[in-house]
Design a protein around this ligand. Structure first.
Ligand code: MTE
Length: 322
């Protein structure tokens, strides 16, 4: 996501050798210690080094909106190949550095075009609606992808509790920016805090998930704890992590990557194999953790969710509104 002009994908996307070696060492020590399973078929993919306690488990209900016929990426890859620039610009940095993030106490402030300003405590938010397991495809603008079993409920449930006014046409998400617990590296080029936004109908779409966990446990810090958004038909950068403020507004809000480089990162950023990024093709994606012969796969329009979301964009030129 760096804006440096290069003819190739930035080096921050390539797993640094040290991270890869650490990962190998981690896998070996975990196996040697006989650490493997946690309950359930999916949980068998969660591996921790000896002595590292399991995170808090979440009670989940099944969801008809979960994507079927896909294989979830391993917990190890989901938690060690991250973009979370508040903790560093390399893929392994968030796992190394996000331990300091304090996720309690935590609250989300709601302001802008709402009936009245509100503040939601994270524990109240967790109980607002039953948490569902939603397996979603996850496609980064850098042309790699994963499949992640998230835990959360539709963002629309939260938005209804916020009571926005009819004049609210967009919603903006603002992440934590805290120098005491985060690095906020200068080289990321980001003017902190990280900000993202959606049009109101996108935010209200049932697939858009307010997310508290993955693999049946609370979110690891590096994946955006304690609460983030997930929009499965858009490039990953639209899904803001560690949210502290939600603002309802009349016009298209400021968003981090679009402000920084509008010719590269559109406001909509719907996954679209027919619109290349100026520096690379979006036709195919590298599947993180897949066997070598299945590592490159074609990218699907709207990341495979076209049947559910294409109608949101009827009449829009998706080449202009990329
Ligand atoms: N949110 C914040 N606050 N900071 C970030 O750097 N990176 C974005 C998005 N949300 C980012 C963020 C990008 S570029 C992607 S691809 C996804 O988070 C990555 O989510 P993951 O690390 O959980 O896969």
């Amino acid at each position: 996501m760096l804006t440096l002009k290069k003819s190739e994908i930035p080096s921050s996307e390539i797993t640094p050798k040290q991270t890869y070696m650490n990962r190998r060492a981690f896998m070996t020590s975990a196996a040697a210690a006989g650490v493997a399973a946690v309950a359930g078929e999916r949980m068998s993919r969660v591996m921790r080094p000896a002595g590292v306690e399991a995170a808090e488990k979440l009670t989940l209900v099944k969801s008809p909106l979960s994507t079927t016929g896909v294989t979830p990426t391993s917990f190890e890859d989901i938690t060690h190949y991250n973009n979370f620039y508040e903790f560093g610009v390399d893929k392994g940095d968030p796992a190394r550095n996000a331990g300091k993030l304090q996720t309690r106490p935590w609250s989300v402030q709601v302001e802008g075009l709402v009936k009245e300003k509100k503040t939601f405590d994270i524990d109240a938010l967790l109980k607002l609606k039953p948490l569902e397991e939603r397996v979603y495809r996850h496609r980064c603008v850098e042309a790699w992808s994963m499949v992640i079993p998230w835990a959360g409920y539709s963002l629309s449930e939260f938005i209804n509790a916020c009571e926005p006014l009819p004049s609210a046409k967009f919603v903006q998400f603002i992440s934590l920016a805290d120098r005491k617990t985060e690095i906020l590296p200068f080289e990321a080029g980001i003017s902190w805090p990280y900000q993202e936004g959606l049009r109101m109908d996108e935010a209200m779409h049932p697939l858009t998930l307010l997310t508290f966990g993955l693999y049946g446990e609370v979110l690891p810090n590096q994946d955006g704890a304690p609460v983030r958004v997930v929009v499965p038909w858009k490039y990953g950068f639209k899904s803001a992590k560690s949210i502290v403020k939600v603002k309802f507004v009349k016009s298209q809000p400021s968003t981090t990557w679009n402000d920084m480089s509008p010719q590269e990162y559109g406001f909509y950023s719907n996954v679209n194999p027919n619109v290349d990024h100026p520096r690379w093709s979006q036709k195919r994606e590298r599947v993180i953790g897949a066997p070598i012969f299945r590592q490159l796969q074609p990218t699907l329009m709207f990341n495979g969710y076209a049947d559910q979301v294409a109608s949101l964009y009827t009449g829009m030129d998706l080449k202009k509104n990329f």
